[in-house]
Structure formats: C-alpha cells, structure tokens
Design a protein around this ligand. Structure first.
Ligand code: HEM
Length: 219
C-alpha cells in the first residue's frame, strides 16, 4: 500500500517541544552555576511554566493529535501498546502511542511541580523565588528540597523518554525525531487526514498564559 506523509504534530506542539528542551538544558546549567546566573535561571523557569501551562490548555483545544483525549487510554490499551512495543510488529498509533501518552502527562506534571516549587524556593544566600514572601521560611526550605529532588525525577523521565525514542528508531524503524521536526509521519494513503487548528488560537492562548504567569510572579 502507498504511504503518504501526513500532518501529525502542529507547529505549536513542535515549537513547545524544542523550546522546552533548550530551556530545560539552560535551567539545569544555570542552576548549577548559581550566583548571578540564578537571575537567568528564574527567567528560564517562568518561560518553562508558560510553555507547560500553554501545552496543558492545548491538550484540550489544540489540533487532533495534540489533545489528551486522543492519546490518553485506559490500562488495558496501555498494556497492549507495551506488548506491541516489545514485539516485532509495527506500532499502530499515529500520534503518541498509549504508553507514550502517559509519559507525556508525567513529563508535564513533573515540569509543573519543578516550576511551581521554584517560585517559592530560596538559596539561603541572596536569591528567593518571587512567591517566597507568601510562605514561611520552613515551607520555602522544604519546597527548595523538593525542587532539587523533583529535578532528579525529571532527568530520569527524560532519560526513559530518549531511550524509548531510540528504541522506536532501532527496533521499529520509526523516525520520531524527524516527525517532531517536520510535523509529518508516514501513514497508509487510506488514513484520514486531520487538519491543524489555526495558529491564531495558539497565539491568543499563549499570550493569555504569558500574562497570567507575569501576573503570578508579581503577586
Ligand atoms: C529536556 C528534555 C526533554 C523533555 C522535557 C521532553 C518532553 C517531551 C514532551 C512533553 C513530549 C510530548 C510532546 C507533546 O505532545 O506536546 C515529547 C515528545 C517527543 N520528544 Fe521529547 N523531551 C525532551 C527531550 C527530547 C529529546 C532529546 C528528543 C530527541 C532526541 C526528544 C524527542 C521527542 C519526540 C520524537 C517526541 C514525540 C514522541 C512521539 O512520537 O510520541 N525529546 N517530549
């Protein structure tokens, strides 16, 4: 059967993903440097929070394959997708497979915990998150500890995420990275096409989320 490259990941999802990757890398590096770099670490964190909140909303009103309802499935389907992943057959899902779908949710949740705890954190020297004054020193210290611990969880999830993508490439012959760059995946020519929703919608949502985050850090 003839194969076509059909649109799966819309531009907002692709921009979200690759900007997130750069910002998480930068946040890691600037957090390790400390001192004056923490100023940029904060800004990078606000940008990640904006991206993640945008992606959560996009999961309800974005293009077909960006929606949570498209890729979050029950335990039976997830188990089936694990068997499919380990077996020789090609994966049937065009968007996130049911197992990968829960990984997306886990990554978003951990990123949310990471950015929100950062808002209340302190370094005991000269830096305090913008919402530090709203909690006691003791709670801020505990949230700072969680900020550090949760980052290890994030690193572990990212490692599994990248290994899974490698597995898809070498065992299934699927070029998922290319799809996350071009937005297109090969599919049988009989597959129904789904159009991307307007970029205006993404722009407006992004603007509202960015303003909300700007308001939050000034509280
Ligand atoms: C800080 C590191 C990373 C984070 C936090 C991250 C996070 C995510 C998230 C949240 C998604 C879901 C995208 C969406 O539906 O909006 C995703 C998908 C994806 N990521 Fe990453 N990612 C990271 C690094 C990478 C790297 C290094 C690669 C490639 C080498 C990669 C390749 C992909 C691909 C191909 C998908 C789509 C998977 C599929 O087809 O189901 N990611 N990532």
């Amino acid at each position: 059967m003839r194969e076509l490259l059909i649109p799966i990941w819309d531009l907002p999802v692709r921009l979200f993903h690759w900007t997130l990757l750069v910002l998480v890398g930068f946040s890691w590096w600037s957090g390790e440097q400390g001192e004056l770099w923490l100023k940029y670490h904060f800004w990078s964190g606000y940008a990640i929070l904006t991206l993640v909140l945008f992606r959560v909303i996009w999961g309800f009103c974005g293009s077909h394959y960006a929606r949570f309802a498209q890729f979050l499935r029950g335990p039976g389907t997830v188990l089936g997708s694990l068997r499919e992943l380990l077996g020789p057959q090609a994966m049937r899902s065009l968007g996130h497979n049911p197992l990968g779908g829960w990984m997306v949710l886990a990554l978003l949740a951990v990123l949310l915990v990471q950015t929100l705890t950062g808002l209340f954190a302190n370094d005991d020297i000269m830096w305090e998150g913008p919402l530090y004054a709203h909690v006691s020193k003791d709670l801020s210290d505990r949230l700072t500890g969680l900020h550090g611990l949760n980052f290890d969880v994030l690193l572990a999830l990212v490692a599994v995420h990248v290994l899974a993508i490698g597995w898809h490439r070498w065992r299934k012959g699927e070029r998922l990275v290319r799809a996350m760059v071009t937005g297109r995946k090969p599919a049988p020519s009989t597959t129904g096409q789904s159009a991307f929703v307007s970029l205006w919608r993404a722009g407006v949502i992004f603007l509202i989320v960015a303003l909300a985050v700007a308001g939050l850090i000034r509280l």
